[in-house]
Design a protein around this ligand. Sequence first.
Ligand SMILES: Nc1ncnc2c1ncn2[C@@H]1O[C@H](COP(=O)(O)OP(=O)(O)O)[C@@H](O)[C@H]1O
Ligand SMILES: Cc1ncsc1CCOP(=O)(O)O
Ligand SMILES: [Mg+2]
Length: 270
Amino acid sequence: MTTDASLSPANLLARLRETSPLVQCITNYVAMNFAANTLLAAGASPAMVHAPEESGEFAALAGALTVNIGTLSSEWVDGMKAAAQSANQAQKPWVLDPVAHFATAFRRDTTADLLKLRPTIIRGNASEIIALAGGQSAGQGVDSGDPVELAEDAACSLAQTQNAVVAVTGAVDFVTDGTRSVRIAGGSPLMPKITAMGCSLTALVGAFVAIAPDAPFEATIAALASFAAAGSHAAPNANGPGTFMMHFIDALYALSPETLNTNARIEILS
Ligand SMILES: Nc1ncnc2c1ncn2[C@@H]1O[C@H](COP(=O)(O)OP(=O)(O)O)[C@@H](O)[C@H]1O
Ligand SMILES: Cc1ncsc1CCOP(=O)(O)O
Ligand SMILES: [Mg+2]
């Protein structure tokens, strides 16, 4: 991991709050509201813009783009491709969330096409990352059937073949750029009990990489560490998944760079 203090999670969070980056999110119907509220709570400015008539034009304006394939249709796929192409042309970073990409031919083909457009960062759960690297995963739908440890080698090989940062999330997250890698602990077992937690995290990765486009590895770590800290703070106040959702948004809003600095549980592996 870098020793550049300006790229620490705390400094990146402070910069995010100062600059409130505009983040274009092409995400699924399930996630749209929670992802937008997540970005607002963290201090970024979300815009859910997916129509092919405007997604490319918008991607050139936004600080970063995130693409999530959770609820696909042909029209949305056109919007995703136009946006990713435009982000590349404008040299804006973009993040891919390959939700259940292994489940159907439509998802597999779309994901293969999107990978050709060279995402800066790929964020998925363990089953998604194992399958993306060509392995056999236990996943069936949008939820992971595998532990993160089983996906770490897959993440490293995917990062190298795709020349991208890869984040695998779960009980302890793993982030690699193919050379450097870290684990991030924290959060709460209630997090996978709330739909769109992962999709919203992908949106937040977009916000961090918008303010640090030359440091996608550090930006990804900052986003995951922020989620872990907010999840840890929210859990003691929650009675179950419903109240956790509410407390999680409040905890993300209240998270200070100082608290993130003290609470981040980042293990540098290489
Ligand atoms: N058992 C767990 N304990 C703590 N945090 C978790 C746990 N499972 C998932 N998370 C957190 O929930 C968020 C979403 O991750 P995940 O559930 O893997 O994504 P997805 O919703 O795409 O399957 C991440 O911040 C991750 O660290
Ligand atoms: C339930 C569901 N169905 C299609 S997309 C989606 C949301 C998945 O959200 P996440 O990947 O964050 O759990
Ligand atoms: Mg997911």
